[in-house]
Design a binder for this molecule. Structure first.
Ligand code: SF4
Ligand code: SF4
Length: 224
């Protein structure tokens, strides 16, 4: 049997729901879902408040999560702890590969010969424009530039984010503490290259500024 319903234009027609709900039924259903998830997440893991294992919110900045070795933020330069010799030879490869062009290197000349020396006179990185891509560290043939884990760099002072060589230099032991596995894999090669580099330096050329006066510089070579 066909029932014909005529609805006049402009009239409001009350519709009856197919499954009538009592007041608040949807809210209770939602709470049931939330509590179900909560108990599945925390119930079996946290039975009392004295537990030290389970799922917690890290109370930053009082607490900090341990970062993975491969974590990278911004680049730093390395020097040898004992001799103060910088691993960088100013080969310029990192400067060339840097996508936003934020690395600026000035090469060193031996004052007695006027010839280029395997050391950087100045090494600047504009931290405020660095995107932390890590390409500079990957391309460096001397394992001189590595990615730091330090991330609390917020400042209102724009100029303070232009890092000079003295700001960037860290002892190898610092990087080793961040990434012991990575350094173990590369240290033999890095030190072999550093030894070859040092043979071609003299005096204070290539020695980290913070180490000048604390280490014995290599003998000054006679001018050719
Ligand atoms: S991490 Fe990337 S952007 Fe930053 S200095 Fe290195 S190459 Fe340039
Ligand atoms: S950091 Fe590495 S790639 Fe960059 S100039 Fe120094 S030695 Fe070359």
């Amino acid at each position: 049997m066909t029932v014909k319903i005529e609805i006049q234009r402009g009239s409001a027609v009350p519709l009856s729901r197919r499954h009538p709900k009592f007041l608040g039924q949807g809210m209770l259903k939602g709470m049931e879902v939330v509590l179900d998830h909560w108990f599945k997440s925390f119930g079996p893991k946290l039975e009392n408040f004295s537990q030290t294992a389970g799922i917690f919110t890290t109370e930053y900045p009082e607490e900090r999560l341990k970062l993975a070795e491969a974590y990278r933020n911004l680049p730093i330069l390395l020097y040898d702890d004992e001799t103060g010799q910088e691993l960088c030879t100013s080969c310029l490869q990192c400067e060339k590969i840097c996508p936003p062009q934020v690395i600026h290197i000035t090469q060193t000349k031996d004052p007695s010969t006027g010839k280029l020396v395997l050391a950087a006179a100045e090494f600047i990185i504009e931290y405020d424009a660095c995107m932390g891509c890590g390409l500079c560290a990957e391309v460096c043939p001397f394992d001189s530039i590595k990615m730091d884990h330090h991330y609390e760099l917020s400042t209102a002072d724009h100029a303070s984010l232009t890092m000079h060589k003295a700001d960037l230099l860290r002892p190898v032991s610092y990087y080793q503490s961040l990434a012991p596995t990575f350094w173990e894999q590369t240290k033999e090669n890095a030190y072999k290259k550093l030894q070859n580099t040092v043979k071609r330096r003299s005096g204070l050329l290539g020695i980290a500024p913070s180490m000048v006066g604390k280490v014995q510089p290599p003998e000054t070579k006679p001018a050719e």
